[in-house]
Design a binder for this molecule. Structure first.
Ligand code: ATP
Length: 148
């Protein structure tokens, strides 16, 4: 089954949005396959955002991600990468629809609360980076109540 990497950024942790965000993914029907509260150092944050290293906001983005602990998660389910991005909302909260996480809880693009992988391939790379240990292997008993 498809997996995605979701990270609640330091502002989301500081603002007490962890339970709310996890609840949205759980209630949708996705399965939590990995979860940890972790502070990352500069070189790790630079590695995670390596694709954006040429962007003018790169240094600010790295400072933001290392400014406090983040919650790193693996979520699993059918189309979870694309649907996860829909649950999260547009990158710039000014353009995120109400009902999405960023639409409901964020104002500035540089404090947009959450990250979600943008493709199955990025999810694979990000899960390998953030969860080098083997995540717990379990299956939800709700499967037949969520999938036809
Ligand atoms: N113009 C900007 N100014 C400040 N920060 C920005 C800007 N554009 C993007 N960012 C930050 O960089 C992150 C990564 O940007 P990207 O273009 O990959 O968007 P995204 O894929 O929606 O976000 P994420 O990777 O966090 O899910 C954004 O979530 C945001 O925190």
């Amino acid at each position: 089954m498809e997996q995605t990497f979701i990270m609640i950024k330091p502002d989301g942790v500081q603002r007490g949005l962890v339970g709310e965000i996890i609840g949205r993914f759980e209630k949708k029907g996705f399965n939590l396959k990995g979860l940890k509260l972790i502070s990352v150092d500069r070189s790790f944050a630079e590695k995670h955002y390596a694709d954006l290293s040429a962007k003018p906001f790169f240094n600010g983005l790295v400072e933001y991600i290392i400014s406090g602990p983040v919650v790193a998660m693996i979520w699993e389910g059918k189309n979870v990468v694309t649907t996860g991005r829909k649950i999260i909302g547009a990158t710039n909260p000014a353009e995120s629809a109400p009902g999405t996480i960023r639409g409901d809880f964020a104002i500035d693009i540089g404090r947009n609360v959450i990250h979600g992988s943008d493709s199955v391939e990025s999810a694979r790379k990000e899960i390998a980076l953030w969860f080098p240990e083997c995540p717990v292997n379990w299956q939800s008993s709700l499967h037949p109540w969520i999938y036809e």
